[in-house]
Design a protein around this ligand. Sequence first.
Ligand code: AMP
Length: 207
Amino acid sequence: MRLVLLGPPASGKGTQAVGLAEAHGIPKISTGDMLRAHKAQGTELGRRAAEYMSAGKLVPDELVIAMVDERLGQPDAATGFLLDGFPRTVPQAEALAALLERRGTPLTAALQIDVPRELLVERATLRRTDKRTGRIYHLKYSPPPPDAELEHRADDQEATVVRRLDEYDALTAALLPYYQAKGLLRRVEGVGSPAEIAERIRSAIAG
Ligand code: AMP
């Protein structure tokens, strides 16, 4: 199973990616998580990515593509993977297709989670992550347990979320016709409980 999970910021990709990767026994590869880890560790890549991330802009394609190429070469990705947050531009999608072709392992499907834009700002600004477990909560719809150690992502402040959504519309939305033309696109409605959406994803992949 080699999957790409697509959808706007705060569409539920990260939440769904955890269950989906577990269900299929494949690693979840989140470029956002990888970049945040680089930033926290103060690597050269993290330093270069930080200025884009805090401005709500996409990190340049060549940096992200090299990072993903290296990650897909690791042994745990040999039997499959779930990419979360990559590709985000058509050049990234083309680079991914080229590197998978080189390895003789084409994508199984690209799964898009659709959520209306007006819901996304509230989802992002009320989103919190438990530092210890990495689990994602929503203060209103999916409240964290009392002992959670909550973090609010720096780029989930309202003004930055709006810029990230604009970046999505300008660059990432073009991936839908790209994967549609290749016959790989599956779309699911992303409004509902996480369990309902997980069920829609299961049937979209099976069908
Ligand atoms: P995410 O956690 O997926 O929302 O990503 C957080 C931020 O990391 C994004 O707003 C971008 O600045 C950066 N980022 C993550 N994935 C990519 C990617 N595929 N291409 C460019 N920038 C990315």
